[in-house]
Design a binder for this molecule. Structure first.
Ligand code: SF4
Length: 1042
């Protein structure tokens, strides 16, 4: 056991379990009582001023724009008022409940005394801070309790010796239990920017009076802890906070030096590293393209770095070479260091406790020799710097980053981590970083300010003010975007501090441009904030323990059954792991894995409880009982020894959360701002998309000798609509809109268009939203944020342009998929009868049965090939929907679908030609249990782009209170249109006519089906529920009660 571990293990078990980290670090007295670890505490450096303190002047800053017209403060105060009103409601609720339940809850009330003239007299122990945070007095509290701030004031505070100090006092509410607490902020913390309505996390113990003092010597306050700010961003934000906010909002991806893979090997060869560099480069072509750098240059840089990297590994990693000396600064001096193990590279660490996250270049076990030649084992981060800047502001930022990584690792490894290493490739210099509390205070305060800045930007589109330092700004990567935002938000030339440079960058912008930018910024933020809510729930104290939400699977364990032998975790260059429900064994009847996660989803794996992020991966497969996830790295719990990696993983209970795509929003903002910059390309895009100038087309005569045109005229498989559409594409100078209705041959039209353009030697970028990641995002855009949709987020660029310039549209109207009766449904509901069948064969297509079997009357009617459309109404049967967790299914409809599918296959229709569609995942999962594997069963969203001879649609919703069904997925006409346009020869719908008629689009559908006399009412004589498949279908309580 290392010295440090011994020291820590001498602390109480309770402290260890609660996370020694900050309690250990922030209470110097605890460190001392646990023994010295050769680390100078700040007490010996009382006069030391950390370079990371935020000057008080910055707290008075005003940002551009909105502050100038007062909107922001109004909005801020509105939000606070709203929060306070909600808070008052909650407090009232709590009081009512407490009154009813117990009279012995007095400890929840404030016990400090507010004296006249606003002075607070408090227990002298607490006043002097000696026992604030004492674990003896502290109440037991769960980890990561977030408090709502409901009052911020400055109070005169009288100490036991009569001295007076001014403190900032926060009155807090623990939203979980309704208890009230207070935090006193002094020293630098006094300047913290906090307002009523904010959320905070306090790292420190509360006295019996419910008070915690946060000052220079002890405890920490984390403002907006839900916002996990990257350590790199915090470190980089000292020179210009506005630049850091723009980094986060416009880029969001942080590339790290993955070339460190060589560190994992004790003695990597030059060849190994060169090959690794090549693979790495290949994997990152897209990012390099986005950065505008040439891959050849980067490859050269990487190759040049390899000899130095090998030298470093030889010096520090090679067990045969002696330890190397590293300077850890004036307090700690030079120490001999040897890396004994590289635990992980690019370790993803999220620490909600500090509101921080980061990707650590390398996490290492390091042996450090003391002056007395005693060797101690430490865990520490290594940060690898490839840039040329190695001193001045850059050096301060680099050491800040390493210090923040020690915090992340302390939380992750449940150890006090006080040291880190920084390696500058350019100068081949290794520097030791020793962490001091005074530095951490400055860094956490900076993190708090940055979190507030990020929140303001996302809720009010308000950025920190411009720096007004021309030398810095002129070399800034965000200069163009920064000045455009400044102007859009009403900033002036004086406020920019850049004079003519500013004018030259923004003079082209009109008021309409500024409004467009502001409007869409806001809409993107509205959407992004919806996803943030999901992410916050994952970490916050409000998240549900041990239960499944729609975007997470909890209480699952690693499945190491025979089918997945332990040595089979590696597949290709991915690591594959299979999980199953914790309470599931072959004989149990545990619940299925049911949630909206599906194959292809990006997910985060964390321990449950504990929320320790262990990996990020992709779901490869999901069955009723298993979920298989692939990761780019081998899973390993922090601190797990190499020989016990799998063993330790098997001891854990896990949780899988959907990894939402916040990076996509940064991309959207980035693309949006590009349209407003001062250059030709931006100007052209702006004129088309923002100003809505008409698209331009070439005259026809120049095409007489164009091989592309000749090809299109000679291609016999194209119909007139398709030919016209492609010719329009060929003449377009700006854009053409092709409106392709279902089954009209959009894909083949595009294929011919691409061929024709290739004949001209054009370069072509093909893009689509069928990529599942983007699909998921679009689905969210459709269903999540009503406000964003109502304000125009739901209007596509296609729609905007087609409304402005109908002449730019070429419509494809001849469809080759659906028979006439099926086509008529969407013609009546959506397309205003503009859709037509491409040929008589298509119009008259019917199912042809090769076998004939005896069957009941109702099934005979359903299967009749002459009825190409049929709606089976279940209202005469007891078949109400069933809520299962947050999802909904309908066992009766599942049963009917199963019966019909069985009969269809008995009569000779191949399973591959049958499809089952339903709006709900839960229903699709239920049906999958009973229907042949060859039948494709999916949700509507997954059926986009597919078709089958026969489609069965199960609508699911059937309720005694049908009004509730109005806002369901069924109200979305896009979805309904997809469901109705997948069948070629027969469309069989199953649902409750009464319930569905409350949804306007479905009411129209049912009326249209009724016109064709194609409603079939089934009753108890048709379907004898008691005699049917019992088993799982009886999950429906309504069926059970019969
Ligand atoms: S241009 Fe100046 S004010 Fe704007 S982000 Fe860059 S450094 Fe900050």
């Amino acid at each position: 056991m290392s010295m440090l571990e011994m020291q820590l293990s001498s602390c109480s078990t309770v402290k260890l379990l609660e996370g020694i980290t900050l309690e250990g670090r922030n209470l110097d007295q605890e460190m001392i009582s646990c023994g010295s670890i050769e680390k100078a505490t700040d007490k010996s450096n009382a006069s030391f001023r950390s370079p990371f303190m935020t000057p008080p002047s910055r707290h008075d800053k005003t940002s551009d724009s909105i502050d100038t017209n007062g909107e922001s403060s109004q909005l801020g105060s509105r939000q606070h008022k709203k929060a306070l009103l909600e808070l008052l409601d909650q407090v009232e609720d709590v009081i009512c409940v407490e009154d009813q339940v117990s009279t012995d809850t007095g400890t929840a009330s404030t016990s400090y005394e507010i004296k006249q003239n606003n002075k607070i007299g408090i227990n002298s122990d607490a006043a002097e801070g000696s026992s604030v945070g004492s674990t003896e007095k502290a109440k037991t509290k769960p980890a990561n309790v977030y408090f709502l701030v409901f009052e911020v004031s400055e109070k005169q505070f009288v100490g036991s010796n009569g001295s007076q100090r001014t403190l900032k006092v926060l009155r807090l509410l623990d939203e979980e239990c309704g208890e009230e607490r207070s935090v006193y902020l002094s020293d630098d913390w006094f300047y913290s920017v906090i307002a009523p309505g904010d959320t905070v996390h306090v790292i420190g113990d509360f006295s019996e009076e419910g008070i915690c003092e946060v000052n220079r010597d002890k405890n920490f306050l984390i403002v907006h802890p839900d916002i996990l700010v990257s350590g790199t961003r915090v470190a980089a934000s000292f020179s210009c906070p506005r630049r850091t906010v723009l980094d986060e909002r416009l880029k969001n991806n942080e590339q790290s030096s993955a070339a460190l893979a060589g560190l994992i090997r004790e003695s990597p060869t030059k060849e190994f590293l060169e090959e690794y560099a090549r693979v790495l480069l290949q994997k990152n072509y897209e990012s390099l393209f986005a950065c505008g750098v040439y891959e050849g240059d980067i490859h050269r840089t990487m190759l040049e770095a390899i000899p130095r990297l090998l030298k470093w590994i030889l010096l520090f990693r090679d067990s045969k070479s002696p330890s190397s000396c590293v300077d850890f600064g004036s307090n700690d001096g030079v120490k001999k260091v040897k890396v004994s193990e590289v635990i992980d590279i690019e370790e993803m660490a999220w620490a909600p406790k500090f509101g921080l996250k980061g990707v650590i270049d390398a996490s290492m076990h390091v042996k450090v020799a003391s002056k007395a030649n005693q060797t101690t084992d430490y865990i520490m981060p290594l940060e690898f710097k490839t840039g040329k800047a190695t001193n001045g502001q850059a050096a301060i930022e680099h050491s800040a980053q390493v210090m923040l990584y020690t915090l992340l690792m302390s939380e992750r490894y449940k150890k006090n981590i006080d040291y880190g290493l920084l390696y500058y490739l350019h100068t081949d210099q290794t520097q030791g970083i020793a962490v001091r509390r005074s530095d951490l205070v400055g860094l956490i305060m900076r993190r708090n300010e940055l979190a507030s800045d990020l929140l303001k930007a996302s809720t009010m589109q308000q950025l920190p003010p411009m720096l007004q330092v021309p030398n810095t700004c002129k070399g800034c990567r965000h200069l163009k975007a920064c000045t455009v935002y400044h102007k859009a938000h009403g900033g002036s030339i004086e406020g920019s501090g850049l004079g003519d440079v500013y004018s030259s960058l923004v003079n082209h912008l009109t008021t309409a441009h500024c409004n467009f930018l502001k409007k869409w910024e806001r809409l993107i933020d509205l959407e992004a904030n919806e996803l943030e809510v999901v992410r916050k729930e994952m970490w916050g104290s409000r998240s549900t323990n041990g239960s499944h939400s729609s975007t997470c699977l909890s209480s699952i364990v690693l499945d190491t059954s025979d089918q997945v032998p332990r040595n089979n975790f590696i597949q290709g260059n991915r690591f594959v792991y299979r999980f199953m429900r914790q309470d599931l064994n072959p004989s149990s009847s545990g619940k299925d894995l049911e949630c909206s996660l599906k194959t292809g989803d990006y997910v985060i794996l964390s321990t449950d409880p504990g929320r320790l992020v262990v990996g990020r991966g992709v779901i490869m497969d999901m069955t009723r009982i298993n979920v298989t996830v692939s990761f780019s790295k081998r899973l390993r719990l922090p601190g797990s020894s190499p020989s016990k990696i799998i063993h330790d993983l098997c001891q854990e209970v896990w949780r899988i959360d959907k990894d939402e795509f916040t990076a996509s929003f940064a991309m959207m903002r980035f693309n949006l701002i590009q349209m407003f910059l001062q250059d030709d390309r931006s100007s052209h895009l702006r004129s088309m998309i923002v100003d809505l100038n008409a698209p331009r087309y070439d005259g026809g005569c120049i095409f007489s000798q164009d091989p592309a045109v000749s090809y299109i005229w000679s291609e016999k498989t194209l119909n007139d609509d398709q030919r016209k559409a492609i010719l329009k594409i060929l003449t377009a100078k700006d854009y053409t809109l092709i409106l392709g209705m279902p089954g009209t041959g959009k894909t083949s039209t595009m294929v011919h268009a691409v061929k024709a353009l290739l004949m001209r030697g054009a370069s072509i970028l093909l893009t689509s939203y069928t990529n599942s990641a983007v699909d998921n995002l679009l689905i969210k855009l459709k269903s999540q944020s009503t406000e964003a949709r109502e304000n125009g987020m739901g209007v596509s660029l296609f729609c905007r342009l087609s409304e402005a310039h109908p002449q730019a549209i070429s419509a494809l109207q001849s469809q080759y998929r659906m028979s006439a009766p099926i086509m008529e449904l969407s013609n009546a509901l959506i397309y205003g009868n503009r859709l037509r069948c491409g040929s008589p064969d298509v119009a008259n297509a019917k199912l042809v049965y090769t076998n004939s079997t005896s069957t009941s009357l109702w099934l005979k009617k359903v299967l009749d090939p002459l009825r190409q459309v049929i709606f089976i109404n279940t209202d005469l049967l007891p078949g109400l929907e069933v809520k299962d967790c947050k999802t909904v299914n309908n066992p009766l409809e599942a049963y009917i679908v199963t019966e019909i599918t069985d009969k269809l296959t008995c009569q000779g229709i191949r399973g591959e030609d049958i499809g089952v569609i339903t709006p709900y995942n839960s229903q699709a999962n239920l049906i999958k249990q009973y229907v042949s594997n060859s039948v494709e069963i999916h949700t509507i969203d997954k059926y986009q782009g597919r078709d089958k001879d026969c489609i069965l649609v199960s609508f699911v919703r059937s309720s005694n209170n049908p009004k509730n069904c109005k806002s369901s997925l069924l109200g979305d006409w896009h979805r309904i249109n997809v469901a109705l346009t997948r069948a070629k020869k027969k469309l069989i719908m199953v649902g409750s006519q009464r319930t569905l008629s409350f949804v306007p689009i479905l009411k129209l559908l049912i009326e249209k089906v009724e016109e064709g006399c194609s409603i079939l009412n089934v009753n108890r004589e048709d379907i004898d529920i008691n005699n049917q498949h019992k088993g799982e279908l009886k999950r429906c309580s309504q069926l059970r009660s019969l």
